[in-house]
Write a protein that binds this ligand. Structure first.
Ligand SMILES: [Zn+2]
Length: 897
């Protein structure tokens, strides 16, 4: 998948109670797969009542054929349903009283060959986990889709929920006859059934059966139902020398977004991707059709269900999108398509090897955008955006090797992180440089053939890599895949005037020096007096194992502005330690080469986070050089980082002035641009910064009133997204009241509008508002006691965090008192939104105070000390939040020196 938040009313039903046995362990999974072979599932899901107002559950019947190598032994199915009505194992009815309310269905006294049949009912989800049900506020239509990774198919049907118990699946759906009813396999039959669809004016019902799938894991099965809008297409092609195939394509979205679905671009990208991956992998696409669906209230970027890929509908651009957003969408599309092979065809045995699919998909996503589309900035986005995510995560105390130690499902759920994705992908980019692209490609091809429709682990991958490269990859894997932490690569000039490159830093596990094998290219960039830019004058590619003196690179005369860059082409994964001359040069002169430029900006941001470069100097450089950068993706990243620098890395006494300065510069820049993507990116950031500083509120208000032209601003589309962003900023300062927000929503009632409206309501700077928003976030329920959906919960949390610190910080004690209860009461996804989102992480360091003495840092430390036995996943969240806080306090401290 692709990645990218009081008290409960007494007696209120908890939607997904967290039973202890819900957290399946690796050992339990291993012992289950040691004696079980699962052959086939047949699952019938009845959605005839899905459109009824307030629908809460639906009937499911499940039939599973499986074998046991230990007849007489017992096992269990995973199921988080509402009720189990009947379980029949090998013809004998089991006592259902054992199962209700539990996360498991016990199956005693197995035979060698078994059939189990279960009739049960499952719950519609509001959290995006399981079968999510959404009512479109634009037209009242009901939409459903499933999302399962890592382990939520058990919310829909009883299942052996672990990736190495693969089976074939035959799904059928009962639903309204006018709806799209889809699953992984193509529709094979459709018949009328008696009765009418609830809530749809007597509409008839159909039962649609889908083709049996190839053997696959349960977490990538999928169902879809609702009046989705659909556009069809097709692709023909295949592997050279084999019979060509034809793949039916479809893209779908909610009916109310249909006019914004740019299906031609999406289908064209899909065809380019299928061409690319067939040439690259030489293994014919095995999953039949290829549907891509954009779904509401989605928790992630996308999910690689074979034949039915789901995406966030933020990728249906109903407001002005930048080219960088379109590129990101293309990247996600390619990432998911790579998973059809990496992950779906060959799957990790257990979640320790999640990287085996996510690192590859992430790397392949960027590679495919670079090589199979017209975008030329794929590796620039990767260097500047994706890798920044990895560097942040890899410096947290909770970091872990790419190959992780995942003992249970809660840990698995948290490992969809910057290490598994972005660091893994960076290391694979380095691997391709290390063994060569051809060897890398050949290894992937052999891996697919050898493990098709099965499972694999690190050793399986290393053995094909060893075969094709003729090298023992064990020490490479130990250094890169089994060691945590960010390498630090330094280039400097020694006393003899020669360039020296070395890796610095310590191994977090041993505390000793660390040296990983790198293939890197070191470059020299010198100021070109005519263009005023730093232009590359020479570079040298080397294999680095220990410090290395470069002979071929020549430097300009002392004093001439120059950059010494130890990671040209962004080949390796490392923080860069630029020498002082280089830092001085890049803060005052633009770097000409786009990829080198993105790499340098990533290094500068890293220095701000480490307290080595004051935020004020970084902001100055963004205002003068950064905004002028041609690649919008880099500008967007710099704007996000600037916002963060102002919020967290700037000492309190400087913040107001710097915020005003930066906001003023953005306002000026918006006027200078006369349209375009950079103007839009600047307007979005100005709205965010204006939640904290009132300096440009008059401008935002005037723009909302349609006075752009009189302010000299042209080309800026004041669409739904920007209008709400501006309104939220104004509301935070008390300049907009509820009636204006209600009127805005009434004028255009959409899903986005509803979320934005909720955020704005919670942002009003009044004690009573904050009290209610906090209570809603902690309970996960709105003021009518209705469960908040994932998106509405996040909006409530974010709205609460807006506004005067004295109002928000008053809830710190209540927050720490509530987190355990939140964790136990909510699903992990929902609890994470609340625990991470409400953490009081933006704080000022008073003069003379040490970061760890800050009251919030202390309180967090006390909580961690007092809750050693809290769930590890919850502790991990708080340890990470505390580390973010301490890092920002340290940067504030060093900026004062
Ligand atoms: Zn993925």
């Amino acid at each position: 998948m692709t990645i990218t938040d009081t008290d409960a009313s007494p007696g209120a039903e908890t939607p997904f109670p967290r039973a202890a046995e819900e957290n399946l362990t690796r050992d339990e999974a291993a012992s289950r797969s040691a004696h079980l072979t699962v052959d086939a599932y047949e699952v019938d899901v009845d959605l005839s009542g899905a459109a009824a107002e307030g629908a809460s559950t639906y009937p499911v019947s499940t039939r599973i054929l499986f074998r046991s190598a230990s007849p007489g032994a017992e096992t269990f199915l995973d199921y988080l349903g509402a009720a189990v009505e009947e379980v029949i194992l090998n013809g004998a009815r089991l006592d259902p009283a054992d199962h209700v309310g539990s996360a498991r269905i016990r199956l005693p006294e197995l035979a060698a060959e078994n059939v189990v049949e279960i009739r049960s009912s499952s719950r519609y989800s509001r959290s995006g986990e399981g079968l999510h049900r959404f009512v479109d506020p634009s037209d009242g239509q009901v939409y459903l889709y499933t999302q399962y990774e890592p382990a939520d198919s058990r919310r829909v049907f009883p299942v052996f929920e672990q990736p190495d118990l693969k089976a074939t699946f035959r799904f059928s759906l009962i639903g309204p006859q006018s709806w799209e009813l889809r699953s992984n396999g193509a529709e094979v039959s459709r018949e009328s059934v008696s009765g009418t669809a609830a809530g749809l004016d007597g509409e008839g019902l159909v039962r649609v059966s889908f083709a049996e799938t190839r053997r696959m894991s349960s977490y990538i099965t999928a169902l879809l139902a609702g009046p989705y809008h659909r556009v069809d297409g097709s692709w023909a092609g295949g592997v050279e020398g084999e019979s060509p195939i034809e793949v039916p394509l479809a893209v779908l979205c909610r009916a109310s977004l249909a006019e914004h679905l740019d299906s031609e671009e999406l289908l064209e990208l899909t065809r380019s991707g299928l061409d690319f991956f067939h040439a690259e992998f030489a293994f014919t696409y095995p999953w039949g059709k290829y549907d891509q669906v954009f779904v509401p209230e989605y928790n992630l970027g996308a999910m690689e269900n074979p034949g039915l890929v789901t995406f966030t509908e933020k990728y249906v651009f109903d407001t002005d999108a930048t080219d960088a957003q379109r590129e990101t969408r293309a990247n996600t599309l390619m990432h998911e398509m790579a998973h059809m092979w990496f992950g779906d065809l060959v799957t990790m045995r257990w979640w320790d090897d999640l990287w085996l699919k996510e690192s590859f998909a992430d790397y392949m996503g960027s590679l495919a955008v670079d090589e199979a589309t017209d975008w030329t900035t794929s590796w620039i986005s990767f260097a500047n955006g994706r890798k920044a995510w990895a560097y942040v995560q890899d410096q947290l105390p909770t970091t872990h090797p790419i190959v992780a130690d995942i003992t249970d499902l809660e840990a698995a759920d948290q490992n969809f992180d910057g290490i598994t994705y972005a660091k893994g992908a960076s290391v694979l980019k380095q691997l391709a440089a290390f063994v060569g692209r051809e060897a890398f490609r050949e290894a992937a091809r052999r891996y697919f053939v050898r493990h098709a429709f099965g499972n694999a682990s690190l050793d399986d991958f290393l053995s094909v890599l060893g075969e094709v490269s003729g090298r023992d990859m064990t020490s490479w894997a130990a250094a890169w895949l089994q060691t945590a932490g960010v390498p630090e690569l330094a280039a400097s000039v020694d006393d003899a005037g020669r360039v020296v490159v070395e890796e610095r830093g310590t191994d977090p596990a041993t505390g000793g020096p660390i040296s990983r094998p790198h293939v890197v290219e070191v470059g020299v960039h010198v100021l070109d007096e005519t263009t005023g830019t730093l232009r590359r004058t020479g570079s040298e590619r080397i294999a680095l194992e220990g410090p290395r003196v470069l002979q071929e690179l020549t430097l300009p005369a002392a004093g001439a502005p120059r950059l010494l860059l130890p990671n040209e082409e962004d080949l390796t994964y490392a923080k860069l330690s630029l020498d002082p001359e280089s830092v001085a040069a890049v803060l005052t002169h633009p770097v000409e080469d786009p990829l080198a430029r993105a790499t340098v900006w990533a290094a500068l941001w890293s220095m701000v986070r480490d307290g080595e470069l004051p935020a004020a100097r970084f902001l100055e450089a963004v205002m003068t050089l950064g905004l002028q950068i041609e690649e919008v993706v880099v500008v967007q990243a710099l704007l996000r980082q600037s916002d963060r620098a102002l919020e967290a890395f700037t000492p309190a006494e400087e913040r107001e002035r710097l915020q005003e300065q930066f906001a003023a510069r953005l306002a000026e820049f918006i006027a200078e641009c006369h349209g375009g993507d950079r103007q839009r990116a600047a307007a979005r950031t100005l709205a965010t910064i204006s939640r904290r500083t009132p300096a440009q509120l008059d401008l935002l208000a005037a723009l909302l009133d349609g006075e752009a032209a009189s302010l000299g601003i042209t080309g800026l589309a004041l669409d739904e997204e920007l209008r709400w962003a501006f309104l939220q900023a104004l509301t935070t300062h008390g300049r907009v009241e509820r009636n204006a927000l209600d009127a805005e929503l009434a004028g255009r009632t959409t899903a986005r509008g509803r979320i934005a409206h909720r955020l704005a309501l919670a942002a009003r700077p009044r004690p009573a508002v904050k009290k209610e928003a906090f209570a809603q976030a902690i309970s996960g329920r709105d003021d009518d006691g209705e469960e908040l959906s994932n998106d509405h919960l996040t909006a409530t949390v974010e709205g609460f965090r807006c506004g005067p610190a004295e109002l928000v910080d008053a809830y710190e004690e209540d927050y720490f008192a509530a987190v355990v209860d939140v964790w136990e009461r909510m699903s992990q996804g929902q609890a994470t939104r609340v625990v991470a989102g409400l953490f009081p992480g933006t704080q000022d360091l008073t003069a003379g105070e040490k970061p760890q003495e800050h009251p919030t840092a202390r309180r967090t430390a006390d909580w961690l000390a007092a809750h050693q036995d809290a769930p590890a996943a919850l502790r991990r969240l708080l340890i990470e939040e505390q580390d973010h806080l301490l890092r920002s306090l340290r940067a504030q401290q060093s900026a004062r020196r």
